[in-house]
Design a protein around this ligand. Structure first.
Ligand code: ZN
Length: 345
């Protein structure tokens, strides 16, 4: 496992629409490894091995995270915000944040009051950020409207190879697709392999659309995170019987390609790796849905990392699940052949 690379990604600030910091790190890391590495106009980095091969598999892990965006500054210099993606506004009051500005990071504290704690249905528009400014003019010297905001958090290692960090969703996915390409290349993979750290998954889906439209893959694999049912207050009947530490999760739903899933299961068997299965009744809510509908249509599968407390500043996952997922995808890529028949009958 390339833990340093993973930790570097988890330490980045990458709110949807402001992914340049993390994408540059991925580009630099992959440059000496892949046959080619490109960046597109939206900032998505795509690494490829055997780019001229006729059969192509594209894996995506989204590099963006949820967060806030500065919308206004009050006369006394406090920032007002809106949400970027599906945040829980209740997780913000009383916490430190980082604002990504054109001149670098500006730190802030999210205002908390007893009244705010009692407020039902707290929204992003109820939040206020104190950056230490004395008035509006002072604040606007440091930040601009449209700057993005994320929690000022660390990555911490827990017991049993588990870690807690914000936005493992889905920086672990970006790590996994790059690591899977790296391992597949070492194993001598023969098909065309593309790994993309997509932008905008939490908001617009632009990264997946641009990348899949251009790569025109025969198969797409979205690598993301999924809810677990292994802690109090969660109904396994709703989320599936999924646990941290029990392996990567394959999804069954009406749009996910069964033959691709079968091939992934075969790869897991070869590796004697345990995988988990989740069932969903509609769209996956991931880059997979977008890639599926590009070009003439792209068969896809979703491989997920089990994650507790998704979209909170203390998401918890397992390093073993993350590395197993990369190994599983690398084996799958090596098992794919140019003449694979993906038709169901
Ligand atoms: Zn995600």
């Amino acid at each position: 496992m390339n833990k340093d690379f993973l930790m570097e990604l988890l330490g980045s600030n990458s709110v949807s629409g402001s992914e340049t910091e993390i994408e540059k790190k991925i580009y630099d890391h992959m440059k000496p490894i892949a046959d080619i590495v490109t960046v597109d106009e939206m900032g998505t980095v795509t690494a490829a091995v055997n780019p001229d091969a006729p059969f192509r598999v594209l894996m995506t892990g989204h590099a963006d995270e949820i967060g806030l965006m500065v919308t206004a500054v009050t006369p006394d210099g406090f920032l007002k915000v809106t949400n970027i993606g599906g945040i829980y506004a209740t997780t913000y009051p009383g916490h430190k944040v980082r604002i990504s500005t054109k001149n670098g990071i500006v730190y802030g504290a999210v205002v908390n009051t007893r009244e705010l704690c009692k407020k039902e249905d707290l929204k992003a528009s109820d939040l206020t950020i104190d950056i230490g400014a004395v008035d509006k003019e002072d604040a606007l010297k440091a930040v601009s409207l449209g700057d993005t905001v994320n929690f000022d958090t660390d990555v911490r290692e827990l017991l049993n190879g588990r870690i807690t960090a914000r936005a493992m969703d889905d920086r672990v996915g970006a790590y996994i697709v790059m690591e899977a390409l790296t391992i597949a290349k070492q194993k001598g993979v023969s098909i065309g392999v593309y790994a993309a750290s997509t932008t905008g998954e939490e908001t617009t889906g632009n990264g997946a659309y641009f990348t899949a439209s251009r790569v025109r893959p025969n198969i797409a694999i979205a690598v993301d995170v999924t809810y677990t049912s292994d802690y109090a207050g969660i109904d396994a009947g709703l989320t599936g019987d999924i646990s941290v530490g029990k392996g990567p999760v394959l999804c069954n739903n009406p749009s996910i390609h069964k033959k691709v899933n079968e091939k992934l299961l075969e790869a897991a068997e070869k590796l004697h790796m345990s995988v988990q299965i989740e069932a969903a009744n509609g769209r996956t809510g991931t880059d997979g849905d977008i890639m599926h509908r590009t070009g003439l249509g792209v068969p896809f599968a979703l491989v997920s990392i089990p994650l507790r407390y998704m979209h909170c500043p203390d998401e918890v996952g397992s390093l073993k699940d993350i590395q197993d997922c990369a190994e599983l995808l690398a084996q799958f890529l090596c098992d794919c052949t140019e003449n694979m028949n993906l038709k169901p009958f």
